[in-house]
Design a protein around this ligand. Structure first.
Ligand SMILES: CC/C=C\C=C\CC(=O)SCCNC(=O)CCNC(=O)[C@H](O)C(C)(C)COP(=O)(O)OP(=O)(O)OC[C@H]1O[C@@H](n2cnc3c(N)ncnc32)[C@H](O)[C@@H]1OP(=O)(O)O
Length: 271
């Protein structure tokens, strides 16, 4: 946790709350995503995932926007006429995809707290998060077709199951900008708050609510939901039966029942 990052910052705003903030931290460049970001992001998530004091992660952007997408200088250097081989570019894209997928590999839930712009690579990031909320000033754009690209870091794979196939197709083919309120109508975000201040308070409340639950149950729930997304119902039921048969005997279950009977708050084991 002590590690210093060039493009990220980790903050524990309230000690012992279990809620840690991971900030995209290049505000002057509107949190544009560089090579440093793609190598640091999975390391930061791994560190948070393996820190027993962390129950929930809030991902937000420093400054006036959440994220302006890929750093355009990086796109220019990987673009047409580039001397690199197709195979090395493919490896680079796979590595960048893997960096974003670290959000799903992280066992702890990640809440995307979105204000201002969320463009291109920003959409790749938020669609790999577990919960998405925004302020009314937020705006979104699946920008890649405007740059003569098919989005390749996860948006086209994850967005359809979030907003529906037809909506995903329209947003990705037109690259039209849409508001926080429309994002709520589409189901891209689950809550929209009036202001950045209200967003910060609302996100803190959601994160703290999750942080009071059994970490084992929270991690299990994220794992089962994500795995079930890509399975049939029968396969998903089989998966959760196997997972829970190994976990139902946990001390947390006894503690939850005892706390309920004794009308007190439960104290759960750390992961
Ligand atoms: C292998 C391929 C893998 C991934 C591909 C991903 C594709 C994408 O992500 S596509 C999306 C690319 N992003 C964009 O097109 C957004 C460009 N930026 C903007 O539209 C605006 O900057 C804004 C985000 C709406 C913010 O506007 P505003 O608040 O007015 O700030 P600006 O004055 O425009 O910018 C301030 C400063 O930041 C620099 N900057 C902004 N975005 C980027 C970026 N994406 N890459 C690099 N730099 C960026 C901008 O140039 C300004 O720099 P100065 O030096 O201060 O002029």
């Amino acid at each position: 946790m002590e590690e210093k990052y060039k493009t990220l910052e980790i903050v524990e705003k309230t000690p012992k709350s279990g809620v840690f903030y991971l900030n995209l931290n290049r505000p002057a460049q509107r949190n544009a995503l560089t090579n440093d970001f793609f190598s640091e992001f999975p390391k930061a998530l791994h560190a948070l995932d393996h820190n027993p004091d962390v129950n929930v992660i809030v991902l937000s952007g420093a400054g006036i926007h959440f994220c302006s997408g890929i750093d355009l200088s990086l796109l220019k250097s990987t673009g047409g006429g580039n001397s690199g081989s197709g195979e090395s570019l493919r490896r680079q894209i796979l590595a960048m995809q893997d960096s974003i997928t670290a959000l799903e590999r992280c066992r702890k839930p990640v809440i995307a707290s979105i204000h201002g712009a969320c463009i291109g690579g920003g959409i790749d990031i938020i669609t790999a998060c577990d919960i998405r909320v925004c302020s009314e000033d937020a705006f979104f754009c699946v920008k890649e077709v405007d740059l003569a690209l098919a989005a390749d870091l996860g948006t086209l794979q994850r967005l359809p199951s979030i907003v529906g196939f037809g909506n995903a197709m329209e947003l990705a083919l037109t690259a039209r900008r849409f508001s926080g309120l429309e994002a709520k109508e589409l189901g891209l975000v689950s809550r929209v708050f009036r202001s950045k201040h209200d967003l910060d308070e609302g996100v803190r409340d959601i994160a703290q609510a999750i942080a009071t639950k059994s970490p084992l149950a929270v991690v299990g729930t994220k794992t089962v939901l994500l795995r079930s997304r890509d399975l049939t119902v029968d396969q998903g039921l089989d998966f959760v039966a196997t997972l829970n048969s190994g976990r139902l005997l946990s001390a947390d279950l006894t503690e939850a029942v005892m706390a309920h009977m004794q009308k007190r708050k439960p104290v759960f084991s750390k992961l």
